[in-house]
Design a protein around this ligand. Structure first.
Ligand SMILES: [Zn+2]
Length: 222
């Protein structure tokens, strides 16, 4: 985490969210509640260190939590509430009919304190087609629940795509842009997300992570 943070500082970022995976099937080395708590304590230590060294940089505590086939999250509501940022996303049971998949995603974001719906179509280039769901219904539900939509800059994902972003924006949704970095060198993938956001006609004000640490903290309160 410290290495990632150092790289983020080099890139001129003021904050970063750590979002390791929590979940079951299809995920390598997922965290559970106990390991999340341990990671949280380490993040506190690092934030103290940044403060002592007068570095204008903050790490947020997050997790990317699996949406199970039945629409429940792989982490309890109580454990979600201990995090600054909860991402929800699909990593298993990809072949569901449109209606069921739509219900599954909406159930997750309506019933858990989710901040971000991550890589909403679950497409993985060149291995997996996007999942089938009612985009408009899910975007509308995300807006109603104040859930941000992720624009994922990881080249394997590039998800949402520009036309999705434009549709979601017209429905009043707000967004985060992420690198989905799994190593420090992948942090620069943020740029691909940024370019997609531009193609979706987004403005700075549509995107959560253009704000300051204090503003972002406020927006994340649930
Ligand atoms: Zn993911």
């Amino acid at each position: 985490m410290e290495e990632m943070a150092r790289k983020a500082q080099e890139l001129g970022w003021k904050f970063m969210v750590i979002t390791d995976h929590v979940g079951g099937i299809g995920i390598v080395h997922p965290l559970d509640e106990k390991r999340l708590a341990k990671q949280g304590a380490e993040i506190d230590k690092l934030n103290n260190k940044f403060e002592q060294n007068k570095l204008d940089f903050h790490l947020f505590k997050g997790a990317e939590v699996d949406i199970k086939a039945n629409g429940e999250l792989a982490l309890s509501k109580e454990a979600c509430k201990k995090l600054d940022v909860v991402l929800a996303s699909i990593h298993s049971s990809f072949r569901m009919a449109n209606g069921e998949m739509t219900k599954r995603i909406c159930h997750a974001i309506e019933n858990y304190p989710v901040h971000v719906l991550a890589h909403p179509t679950a497409r993985n280039i060149p291995e997996r087609d996007p999942i089938d769901f009612d985009l408009e219904k899910v975007f509308q539900t995300a807006k109603d629940q104040s859930v941000y939509l992720e624009i994922n800059g990881q080249p394997k994902r590039m998800d949402l795509k520009d036309s999705h972003v434009q549709l979601a924006r017209e429905l009043g949704c707000e967004f985060v842009i992420s690198s989905d970095a799994h190593s420090k060198d992948q942090l620069t993938y943020l740029r691909y997300g940024l370019l997609t956001a531009r193609r979706g006609w987004l403005q700075k004000s549509d995107i959560l992570n253009t704000h300051t640490v204090a503003q972002t903290e406020k927006q994340l309160q649930r």
